[in-house]
Design a binder for this molecule. Sequence first.
Ligand code: SF4
Length: 262
Amino acid sequence: MKEVRDIILEETQYKSKYTEETNKMVISASMVADEPLEIFLKLIYGVQPATDIDESTFGSIMHKGMESIIESYIEKTKPKEVIYLEYPLVHDIDDDWILTGTADMVVYEDDLNAHIYDWKVTKNYTTKMIEKEGKMHRYAIQLAALRYLLYENNKKVVDIYTHLGFFLKDSNKLMKVPSYKEAKVETMGTGDFTKYLKSKLSIVMEHIKNATTPPQGEDLWWRKIKGNNIPTRCELYCGYRDVCPYYKGMNPRAAAETALDW
Ligand code: SF4
């Protein structure tokens, strides 16, 4: 048997089934809120294989767990709603781009009303940021993309409600116990979302055509940790460090390694 760690890494890797099937450029719902630079690097270098167990691995493990919990609930209770798990969605935006996405769960109350659920493993801080940033928080933008895709795939549906389910790692401030919270999240409507998406894609396209690299993102979530300035966006959430021309000049990993228990 393989090492358990290797099995986990293999089974939790992101695998896009669309990239090989089309000659158009593919953007996924989870990439829409990314900076043009991150989208550009993903298109040029493809999905980078994970070499370590990280935040996204824990997220994938939770998703697999939720899938089996809800499947068992459906089997036992036979609810009247129609429930889909890991619901794949795809839409041709124009001659150059395809938008794809997978909704963690879609619940059809009836033909006209649907609910999209997206589950996240995160911290209290994120829920506060969602309150602050509203429709422009990256999770709300991801939900807007899924909502847009669901609408484009089923124009009969009139109302689509969007929900985030948070598996909080630090629910109680003092004891840092985990908990589950759910929130209905308002997202951009289809018109605003289309404008937002197209303007971002046109920036990326321009750089591809001119063979130039988009500028570095403005907010790398710099944090002072043990006296070192560390761009946590690069360190914790970006798999493109090895191919990012800006990261090489920052040398933050050396600083991160000296900040022992961050
Ligand atoms: S390594 Fe940092 S600067 Fe480079 S793409 Fe990733 S987040 Fe952006």
